[in-house]
Design a protein around this ligand. Structure first.
Ligand SMILES: [Zn+2]
Length: 217
């Protein structure tokens, strides 16, 4: 016959619970992890993500917005493209300014991608064509891909030229420039832009540095 165990409830006073919560956060910071982001991965407030600085499987930015439901001065390849609110607001300002300068036809093709989605993309891609899960900047919600309707490649369009001249004014960098694959680990991607803030983007624009070089990595 099974013995009946008496269960005793454990009650924590709010004060003790608060102390424990603070201690737990301290321990997770100490161990280098906080809410799924290695705390060492932040350089100031810039998040570095690449093959050697990966995000954990459960990292999801907490302020994602569906671009389709927002005012947008650009076209979209799908109605399900998400970015962090800060990134969206900066890109909307940028594409609105482009429109004012008669630069039209931008089509945003991709934004936030979950770790699980990146796993699928990686599995479906040829070797070397996609980043491994956790190593994609798209998981940050601060990067998007853009193109226009063209037969020649985005890099030979005036819309690309406008971005090259003005993206930094809105806090964006072209993350994977030509001839920088030895530093970034990724070959030229004229379509991929990353939000880092106006100050950092402007400094990188002046020096021609990649994010890795800018952060001394
Ligand atoms: Zn991309």
């Amino acid at each position: 016959m099974a013995k009946k165990k008496k269960r005793r409830g454990i009650f924590l006073s709010p004060a003790i619970a608060a102390v424990l919560a603070v201690a737990l956060i301290g321990v997770s910071f100490g161990a280098g992890w906080f809410f799924g982001v290695r705390s060492t991965q932040f350089h100031g407030d810039i998040l570095l993500v690449n093959e050697s600085h990966r995000l954990s499987a459960d990292y999801v930015p907490d302020d994602l917005v569906n671009l389709y439901t927002q005012r947008h001065s650009f076209r979209m390849a799908s109605s399900e493209i998400y970015l962090t609110r800060q990134t969206y607001e900066a890109m909307e300002k940028m594409f609105h300014a482009a429109e004012e300068a008669d630069m039209n036809g931008y089509i945003v093709t991709s934004g936030y991608r979950s770790y699980q989605r990146q796993q699928e993309v990686y599995a479906e891609s040829e070797p070397g064509k996609a980043q491994q899960p956790g190593a994609s900047e798209h998981q940050t919600g601060m990067a998007f891909d853009v193109t226009v309707e063209t037969n020649e490649g985005f890099e030979s369009t005036p819309q690309y030229g406008w971005l090259m001249t003005h993206a930094h004014e809105y806090g964006f960098i072209q993350r994977y420039p030509a001839n920088k694959a030895d530093v970034t680990g990724i070959s030229y991607e004229p379509w991929h832009y990353r939000y880092v803030g106006v100050d950092a983007a402007t400094r990188m624009h002046r020096t021609g540095q990649t994010l890795e070089e800018f952060l001394g990595q």
